[in-house]
Design a protein around this ligand. Sequence first.
Ligand code: DGY
Length: 340
Amino acid sequence: MPQKFKVVVTRQLIDEAQKLLEDVSDLDVVQWPSEDQPAERSWLLDNAQGASGLLVMLSDKVDQELLDAAGNDLKVIASFSVGTDHVDTAVLRKRNIRLGYTPTALTDAVADLTIMLTLMAQRRGGEAIGKVIKGEWPKMPWSPLLMTGPQIGGSTVGFLGFGRIGQATLKRFIPFGIKRARYLTSKPGQPAKEDHFGLLKEGKIPIEPAQNWEQLARESDVVIIGCALTPDTKHLVGKDFLAKMKKTAVLVNIARGPVVDTDALVAALDKEAIFGAGLDVIENEPNIPADHPILKQPRCVLVPHIGSATIETREQMATESVKNLLAGLKGEAMVNEVQL
Ligand code: DGY
């Protein structure tokens, strides 16, 4: 790189990625000092000035204000995430700024967690552990109907969004003996654009597009939300969707919180209109106070957005983000780039 590029990185990174960044001699790196606390917005706006590249987390909003603060040298945003709903892609496109992201690194980790949340929701894992921790086991000796829940084998699993993560989840569900899968993408009723793992060709179980969300909600024993957050998907799972679900069905959200209307979910759980829920994400996260009504729902398991939190995956996401940043500065091919 002939010139020195200023880059701003909004977190301390895991070893290998940090080293990769520090080893590039032509970079002037400004880095938020914390590993676990998000960069303050005012810090980011102040430091972005004159930057050629920004490496950001999903908690950093990339919008007109930030791009204006950075100025005309900005060439690349590298997002440490698969989701890009925190980025105003229209503004990037207008200013010809490239966007890197990490869609392939986290597929397995998130699919694994999706299985965990599904089984926790069906088998009442949160509720069961809660009772033991509270010392309630002596009051509930083994009995034939104690803590029973629906079984994954024989289920119809419905996918709202059927990209890599959805398909990797389905691949894991098939050996559990599920009966069929339905999926809904932005093109209802049409076959999935990509068959990431050859499952659609394989034909082990029927895997079919749903005609609309109503059909998906009505037929599924498990609904997995894996779609991007867009104006069309915000609150897609609300009162009407939940009302169409089976009483024995569970809802699992590993995508973005606002796809589900939390108040509607709390109401559905209160009325036992659905069996349970497993959530990795929720609206307004991480600001969920201890008295939030969702936390009072025994049949809802909520974990703090840890879908991709395996050591291996986070290392890979960090390394790929740095590679994307450097490729963007040099005008080279990124590991993964959003086509704006
Ligand atoms: C992402 O990368 O968008 C995920 O939500 C992180 O787990």
